[in-house]
Design a protein around this ligand. Structure first.
Ligand SMILES: C[S@@+](CC[C@H](N)C(=O)[O-])C[C@H]1O[C@@H](n2cnc3c(N)ncnc32)[C@H](O)[C@@H]1O
Length: 243
């Protein structure tokens, strides 16, 4: 049975709806007027919306509006400094792609980014944004998968692996509006889940593993400190070079 619903009323949008559902196979089209699910998608002539029961809807286009300004200044972004690598292929696996904002900065800089995301709604949102050119799709590959499965079967595929685990050890009140949406969409990872992903990513990267952390939090593994860190005012990137 499908996990999530995509509400479509207008017949002329059915084809696009089917295309969106096919990306994950875990979303089904419904014409129901009243949907009791906590979270679902709705497609109408104004685009794709993320809907939370009894809450304001969010147009996917608006999710990326403010981001464009930052995206234009990508060269100074800390994530570029952290991920930059001398290797030839410049392939990065973003093992926690979310809304693909970090991946977009990397792709814009010229990295080939393989985006892995395990949440069907987020994958559909990002796919829709790429399909409708809300965001560019150059250098980006989106894969609906659990990164643990993917990395287990693609060892040493990427020069760099990047992980941005949910900061579930901080109060949700600190999260930005869009992060609150992500938090509503996904189950937050336990520290054990994150460590499992960290260990596998560390074993799978050819040159580097980069982990985004809130500045208030220590590095993920006290017994394996990062080689160095690139810090901003609120977040930092812990960089582990692989010998
Ligand atoms: C903090 S968000 C990442 C935000 C992202 N860096 C961005 O710029 O939009 C973490 C994401 O990782 C995903 N995630 C967590 N564990 C995962 C796993 N094992 N496989 C794939 N995705 C995972 C969650 O579903 C969530 O969307």
């Amino acid at each position: 049975m499908s996990k999530y619903k995509l509400k479509i009323i207008e017949a002329q949008l059915m084809q696009q709806g089917q295309q969106l559902c096919a990306v994950t196979g875990d979303i089904e089209i419904t014409k129901e007027q009243q949907i009791d699910d906590e979270i679902f998608l709705r497609l109408d002539k104004n685009g794709l919306h993320v809907c939370k029961a009894n809450k304001q809807e969010l147009n996917v286009r608006n999710l990326y509006t403010n981001f464009r300004t930052r995206y234009q200044k990508f060269k100074s972004d800390l994530i570029i400094k952290a991920i930059q690598d001398k290797s030839v292929n410049r392939t990065v696996i973003d093992a926690t792609a979310g809304l693909a904002k970090d991946a977009l900065i990397l792709a814009r800089y010229g990295f080939k980014v393989i985006m892995l995301e395990s949440n069907a709604l987020l994958v559909t949102i990002v796919y829709y944004a790429m399909l409708t050119k809300i965001i560019p799709n150059t250098n980006l590959t989106l894969i609906y998968t659990n990164s643990l499965d993917y990395l287990n079967s693609h060892v040493k595929l990427a020069d760099v692996i990047y992980i941005d685990p949910m900061f579930n050890d901080l109060k949700p009140a600190l999260a930005k509006k869009e992060m609150q949406l992500i938090q509503a969409l996904v189950q937050t990872n336990t520290i054990q889940d994150t460590l499992q992903l960290f260990n596998l990513a560390y074993a799978s990267a050819k040159h580097k593993l980069v982990v985004k952390r809130d500045n208030k939090l220590p590095s993920l593994k006290p017994e394996l400190p990062p080689t160095y860190a690139i810090s901003g005012s609120t977040v930092r990137f812990d960089v582990y070079t692989i010998k």
